[in-house]
Design a protein around this ligand. Sequence first.
Ligand code: ATP
Ligand code: MG
Length: 410
Amino acid sequence: MKQSKLFIKTRKEVPADADSINASYLIRACFVQKQMAGVHALLPLGLKVVKKIEDIIRQEMNTIGGQEILMNVLQPKELWDETGRSESAVDILYKFQDSRGKDLLLAPTHEEQVIDIFRSHIKSYKDLPLSLYQFQTKFRNEPRAKSGLLRGREFIMKDMYSFHATEEDFNSYYEKAKAAYLKLFKRFDLNTKLTQASGGIFSEFSHEFQVLTPVGEDTIYYCDKCDYTVNKEIAKVKEGDKCLECDGTIIMDRGIEVGNIFPLSTKYTKAMKTTVKVKDGSEANVIMGCYGIGIERAMATVVETHYDSAKNKMVWPEEIAPFAVHLISLYKNKETEKLYDEFIQKGVEVLYDDRDISAGEKFAEADLVGCPKRIIVSEKSISSGGAEYTDLISGESKIVSMGGVVEVMA
Ligand code: ATP
Ligand code: MG
């Protein structure tokens, strides 16, 4: 894409009401627009990143047998009366009546609806396991809508729900989901710590995927030697203690929960009278798990861990960057135009700064867009033999002949 055509109006000043690095960066770099507290619109660059995050998650969920569906935001309150959550979750629910007096709500999560779909189709253990997921906008009247896009009132979640006839089958699926999560967060270049968290009524633990950073809302205790990691909310250790699983020492840190996996057992299926016929002919409550990832929260966490505020510079991880390469020409010339056409033909996602503005302005904006690879064509680079190629992730920089640029990208 030519930058002269891109919807990008970057700002020099930090927005006055930005409460976090992620919001301040994403707004200044024109990735998102703040509508009100906890509500952000995605602009072309932000939406590109979000779609890439979603595609990676989609690949990994499909790999473990998830099937994508799309449920609804608008839901009847009666459905939520079945689990009692129309009352117990009232603090975060956006509830209202329509003009006919029908009680409705905007879904903050989708256990109720997915079980309603399940029970109207699935009657036998032979159809299990079943795993359904979606990318859907959630609405939560979060009392603490802060930390920019880390905690929204309206946000996209990937939520998956799995259904099983036996505990054994559930456990084996839960382990698959755990591995898929660890793998997909790596693809976002997020180093997640698998953290034990409160598990509710039936199972001992749920698991959170925590990214350690001082801006995280959660307090985490982890071992300096083994993988033992636990959320403060259920911790039986404190900083400096001996690890419960090895002879290591416990360290305290803060983390952002980018995702979680949760054994639900039969909690909601019992409440919603959802059974299947099992082998011996009797009816059994269906066992469930749920698996969430906050999409904007994942993007904001990448910003928190990859944006250098001192240098005003972002470098997006390769797999989720808005463009793979930023082609910057510092003067009008045919060679760069040709290079751009070649990239387009090869299907390389390139952003080409073809504008007639100063080199300083181009570089400042390129640092904000944060493409992981950069190619600069200047009179100086041409006289040294071609274009200046920089891999911003590895730091490698070299002059490449104009004819060799596309290959160096491969
Ligand atoms: P938290 O403890 O941070 O409020 P949660 O326990 O409410 O999260 P779930 O309801 O299980 O989380 O949601 C699944 C995932 O959705 C979370 O792991 C997180 O990544 C994301 N998420 C939850 N609430 C928000 C929010 N208000 N804004 C953005 N993402 C969110
Ligand atoms: Mg919450």
